[in-house]
Design a protein around this ligand. Sequence first.
Ligand SMILES: Cc1ncc(COP(=O)(O)O)c(C=O)c1O
Length: 440
Amino acid sequence: MTHVLHRSIAHHYPTAVSGRDIFIRDETGKDYIDASGGAAVSCLGHSHPDVIAAMRAQLDHLEYAHTSFFTTQVAEELADDLVARAPAGLDHVFYVSGGSEAIEAALKLARQFFVERSEPQRRYLIARRQSYHGITTGALAVGGREWQRQAFAPLLIATHHVSPVYEYRERALNETPEAYGERLARELDAKIEELGGENVIAFVAEPIVGATMGAVPAVPGYFKAVRRICDRHGILLILDEVMCGMGRTGTLHACEQEGISPDLMAIAKGLGGGYAPIGALLLQGKIFQTLAQGSGFQHSHTYTGHPLACAAALAVQRVIRRDDLLANVRRQGAYLERRLRERFGNHPFVGDVRGRGLFQGLELVADRGTKEPFDPTRKLNTRVKHEAMARGLMVYPMGGTVDGRRGDHVLLAPPFIIDNAAVDMIVERLGDAIDAAVAT
Ligand SMILES: Cc1ncc(COP(=O)(O)O)c(C=O)c1O
């Protein structure tokens, strides 16, 4: 009998007792390959000695100091580190403890920016369907995962949603990827015109859609067009790099590969790599200047800039650079993609393999020809997860890929330290798990 309110009340969870490199061990001694980094978190794998040493050293000095009284050296150093490598113009950092908090902060900061600039009429937020931006009420409101929003709809702030980039299903046969991207950009522009450009606060998007769609990148030119549209209407562009950022796709920030810089950028998961709960919001100089001339950011948390979390994140980021792990993300990402295509390229129930770097997704379909998804009542994604766990493999499957209700995908986000042999093992076990799941 447990007193923990677990994610799934009926499910019996194994107890994790230790971790090492890409493995987590449970209380029976069984090892699981962490091929999803939990939820794209554990970018350095588990129990990295250098990160643990840095956290111990911080604890020896100071465990906590409330940010209304003090700053700390480690919080300053981490901010310097992040700004030095940030997309153009992002020059300040607001610390939080996770992804949802980063998005909440982004939404409030975007609104406050316009209030400070005497544009209080700006009140609309636009985001995309089938996106995930977190679970708190503001983040849930901008998120586009319909089944998760339904029960809480009366509590959510009004937001407007446009189409995601979903090439596999929504690019027309006679349409180039570029033309498809332009069509989606025109849809955004039309939505802004409908609401009145002067009334819109921000457009929120994940550069690569993670949890809800399974590592779906944009088409070439899409984000450049989005950037131009936002600029033309004076609207802020908020990029959610909570899952796809901090090296996961082979560059430190996913937006680098789109050739744009956002006004606000949320990061979390890979920032601290699971060693401590930490997230951050990076903001453009013009936003900081507006706050500095106004009333400062009217927002804070008790654990903002927690020294232990900052020490963990700083150590994680230094190890990634010292060991040139982004090069390994690109190398092993290419190898993982190749092995996935070899194993699943002609698989009767895998319709699409997609992603970037060590952020790869498979979309499962009942019929490859028609792209018909499985009946959602089969809960195929849950079965895949159980079959994978039975084989000592952690992957991150999810349902609702197609429209928030139908469709199944599997997300892979292994640690950046992975090698060829581990990739081979992941692909083999995943193949067996999917075959077993569709057979039941
Ligand atoms: C893109 C994205 N944004 C926000 C979040 C929310 O982060 P958290 O679960 O840390 O609150 C997630 C979590 O999966 C995410 O994938």
